[in-house]
Design a protein around this ligand. Structure first.
Ligand code: UD1
Ligand code: MG
Length: 464
């Protein structure tokens, strides 16, 4: 359970360039399972209900603001030049002045849990410390600041990788970059920090020796699960964090009644919703705002992007659905493609090698084989034969095809839009339809004459 913390101001550091990502995009906007990494951190601190949240931005500030928007209680603080983490926090001196404590987190740690932050704040307040920080023991501490401890085990300070001696680099206890600091102490110390170090930067961890000199209490708490504080600095770390998050998301859906076969092969983004008793088979990609109802079966190897599936939908192997709505009790695929604006009413059937774009397929209608339906409104209980094509594009404009209820279209028919087919119409196989089709009866275009050549002999292979 997280508590409310009206006495705490949160500072999120997100101004750095993220050089190690080698990207034109600001680091904190890189998506982790479909959501910018900064959004996770924001969500985590919003749960604490703090006095205010200041996000320090600099590199790509405009992009960051545009992407994240303006959530309530959030203040953007611009750090014009990125002179180091201490300099970044110093830019927040004018906000949240009434706070007792400042909670400092980085925008690049999306696995961080609200509970961990609540515990840090609680222990800072219970022990009366001036600074509380989270550390972790890592097998590979490379790149992180190391915690220096005295003979009595007390924290003496932090040394950055680039400033550390060979012996100090062997220390496996690292600084998470997550601190809770008494506000009056923080800004007093920040003004005194210097930048005479390997990177010529103002280091936030340098508040620790300054506080100790003043006789103030500094407390270091190790997190139980080190993966929670993993910072993303490059794309390999991005992939590692994504893998941890993916396992958590899959576990959460399993606990909510979703069967996931071969879970190590699927991608389910953080933004996806799945109903009870649904089965997700191997190799599926469930992306962006995809919603899947109850008792569906998806896969194997289906890709769903911004797809909406009602209940009891079967999506068979190798189907691609993007920006489409699929009604309940429908079947789609295998090898089908639903593109943006495709809408399937209940009990519709879309079969193999069928593409549907910006079209309504009415209740119970079947489009089972090798067909293109674009810019079409189709009524109920139609049967569309194999190889039917709605010719919707004249090279400049898109035109609509309207098909009534209970229409039967023979195989290999071309419907040249704009065109309308009346209720109960039947169209003969191989027809080219360029004029409206009357309701009922049979409509067919002229067929080439069928000939028989009795004298013709099929070539035969020479015997070996
Ligand atoms: C920092 C810590 C290190 C810790 C590690 C944990 C310092 C000096 N080092 O190193 O002890 O182990 O985090 O992940 O603090 N930022 C700004 N403005 C700046 C510089 C950085 O806003 O001028 C932001 C970055 O966008 C990032 C965060 O601060 O979100 C941390 O910066 P980063 O460059 O990732 O620091 P690390 O080298 O990881
Ligand atoms: Mg970092």
């Amino acid at each position: 359970m997280t508590q409310h913390h009206p006495e705490v101001q949160v500072v999120i550091l997100a101004a750095g360039e993220g050089t190690r990502m080698r990207s034109n995009k600001p680091k904190v906007l890189h998506p982790v399972l479909g959501r910018p990494m900064l959004e996770y951190v924001l969500h985590g601190v919003e749960n604490l209900k703090p006095m205010s949240i200041a996000v320090v931005i600099g590199h790509g500030a405009g992009h960051v603001r545009e992407k994240i928007g303006q959530p309530r209680g959030l203040e953007w603080v611009v750090q014009e030049e990125q002179l180091g983490t201490a300099h970044a926090v110093l830019q927040c001196e004018k906000v949240g002045k009434a706070a007792r404590d400042v909670l400092i987190v980085c925008g690049d740690t999306p696995l961080l849990k609200s509970e961990t932050l609540t515990n840090l704040i609680a222990s800072q307040q219970a022990t009366g410390s001036a600074i509380s920080l989270l550390s972790a023991e890592l097998d590979d501490p490379h790149g992180y600041g190391r915690i220096l401890r005295g003979d009595d085990g007390c924290c003496l300070g932090i040394v950055e990788e680039k400033d550390a001696s060979t012996e100090q680099r062997r220390i496996r206890e690292i600084n998470s970059g997550i601190y809770c600091v008494r506000r009056d102490v923080l800004f007093d110390m920040l003004h005194r920090i210097e930048n005479n170090n390997a990177q010529g930067e103002y280091y936030l961890p340098d508040i620790i020796p300054l506080a100790l000199q003043e006789g103030l209490e500094v407390q270091v708490t190790q997190v139980d699960d080190a993966s929670e504080i993993s910072g993303i600095n490059d794309r390999a770390q991005l992939a590692a964090v994504e893998a941890v998050m993916q396992r958590q998301i899959i576990y959460d859906w399993q606990m909510k009644g979703v069967t996931i076969e071969h879970p190590e092969t699927v991608r389910i983004e953080a933004t996806v919703r799945i109903g009870m008793d649904t089965v997700i088979q191997a190799g599926c990609y469930l992306i962006a705002s995809t919603h899947i109802g109850d008792e569906c079966r998806v896969g194997p190897y289906a890709v769903l992007v911004d797809a909406w599936l009602d209940d009891r939908v079967d999506v068979f192997a190798f189907t691609h659905i993007h920006g489409a709505n699929v009604g309940s009790n429908t079947n789609v695929g295998p090898f089908a493609r639903l593109r943006p604006g495709a809408e399937l009413d209940e009990e519709a059937r879309i079969g193999n090698f069928v593409e549907v774009k910006n079209s309504v397929i009415g209740r119970g209608s079947k489009v089972n084989h090798l067909t293109y339906i674009g810019d079409t409104v189709m009524g109920e209980k139609c049967n569309i034969g194999a190889g039917t094509i709605t010719c919707n594009y004249d090279g400049a404009n898109k035109h609509q095809t309207r098909i009534g209820d209970k229409v039967f279209i023979g195989s290999d028919t071309k419907l040249i839009a704009p065109v309308e087919v009346g209720d109960d119409a039947t169209i003969g196989a191989g027809s080219i339809i360029s004029k409206d089709v009357k309701a009922g009866g049979l409509t067919l275009s002229a067929r080439p004459e069928q000939r028989h050549v009795p004298t013709w002999q099929r070539p035969s292979k020479k015997p070996d």
